[in-house]
Design a binder for this molecule. Structure first.
Ligand code: HEC
Ligand code: HEC
Length: 293
């Protein structure tokens, strides 16, 4: 092991040479992370693989400011909070291993976080363990409980689901308080009155709102008609949409809807938002008074 004086000298020389200096942590003891004992050798393997594959963007300490992050929009995520936006856990809870594995394997559309398929499975599993050492919350907290999707009650009658979803979106769910409204003011007033909720009109209801994330960056709520959604893949659209809506997006204004809305309505929103992203007519006029609440 290098003595501190040698390390300082190395640091100085590298700074002179214009290199970006970072230290790869070495773990000598197993660690308790998220309530599980992780062997030191897994963490060392994970640290090495992380420095190769992830540090260029996420930074050696997970701060989100690696050398390749300069000018990147959106910025690479700050991984020190232990929160992943597109996770399967209620907003604010620690992420689960399978969340990070899914995100690394499938990427986030429209961002620098592409799908990293070339990383071997063993390395990825080790990276996921190493990530927990970057977030202090993993020392004494456990990951959140996963949100599981029940069977889709609209299977076979998706159009009815989408029609109900449009009512829920603008009424009971008030999604247009952040996202754009895709209905007229008169319709919104009617959907809200039927659901017994108050809706505050925004001056420009067609525009998404902007808010600040816990990661320290501004974020605009999605306009579902403006291109692909971050976490929705074609091979699993319904499950991905259900997860994003039901679990919410940790660290952002997008709340957890599981428990706040009836299950049939969560699934109705999945079908409605899916239609919006496919550019389907925003106003299917098939809304009888017969939908259950
Ligand atoms: C080329 C740059 C780049 C590299 C390399 C990269 N990422 Fe990312 N990563 C990003 C960006 C940009 C985001 C933010 C996306 C967003 O805001 O939606 C991100 C987001 C994430 C998130 C948070 C997702 C969420 O839902 O909040 C995780 C976890 C993550 N990256 C893990 C990794 C891991 C692990 C590696 C290495 C295997 C890696 N990234 C490599 C750019 C990168
Ligand atoms: C308090 C503000 C707020 C409310 C209310 C809200 N959202 Fe969001 N929503 C956001 C923000 C912010 C994002 C993040 C956009 C991003 O990451 O680019 C988002 C993103 C999403 C996404 C995109 C996920 C992806 O993969 O890109 C979906 C789907 C979504 N919201 C559905 C809904 C639905 C349905 C409702 C109503 C039941 C709703 N939202 C209510 C703020 C909100």
């Amino acid at each position: 092991m290098a003595r501190p004086a040698h390390r300082l000298a190395a640091l100085f020389l590298l700074a002179l040479a214009g290199c970006d200096y970072y230290e790869v942590p070495r773990f000598r003891a197993d660690q308790q992370l998220g309530g599980v004992t992780v062997p030191a050798r897994t963490l060392n393997r994970g640290a090495d693989a992380y420095m190769r594959a992830c540090r260029p963007c996420h930074g050696a300490l997970g701060e989100g400011n690696g050398p390749q992050a300069v000018g990147m929009a959106p910025r690479p995520r700050d991984l020190r909070l232990g929160i992943v936006a597109y996770a399967s856990v209620p907003s604010g809870s620690l992420w689960r291993d399978e969340d990070v594995i899914r995100i690394v394997r499938s990427g986030l559309a429209g961002t620098g976080m592409r799908a990293w398929r070339e990383i071997p499975d063993d390395d990825l599993v080790a990276i996921v363990q190493f990530l927990k050492t970057l977030a202090p919350r993993f020392r004494d907290e456990r990951p959140g409980a996963p949100i599981v999707a029940p069977p889709d009650p609209w299977a076979g009658r998706e159009a009815d689901g989408a029609a109900r979803g449009r009512v829920v979106y603008h009424g009971l769910g008030r999604c247009q308080s952040c996202h754009p409204a895709y209905a007229t003011a008169e319709e919104v007033g009617r959907f809200a009155a039927d659901a017994g909720v108050q809706v505050e009109a925004r001056p420009d209801p067609d525009r998404p709102t902007e808010s600040r994330t816990d990661f320290g960056v501004p974020l605009r709520a999605t306009d579902f008609r403006a291109g692909p959604l971050r976490s929705i893949r074609d091979c699993s659209r319904a499950a991905d949409l259900y997860r994003a809506i039901a679990a919410g997006l940790g660290g952002t204004a997008m709340p957890t809807w599981k428990g706040a809305l009836p299950e049939a309505d969560l699934w109705a929103l999945v079908h409605y938002v899916d239609g919006l992203t496919r550019g389907e007519a925003a106003a299917p006029r098939t809304l009888g008074g017969s939908e259950g609440r």
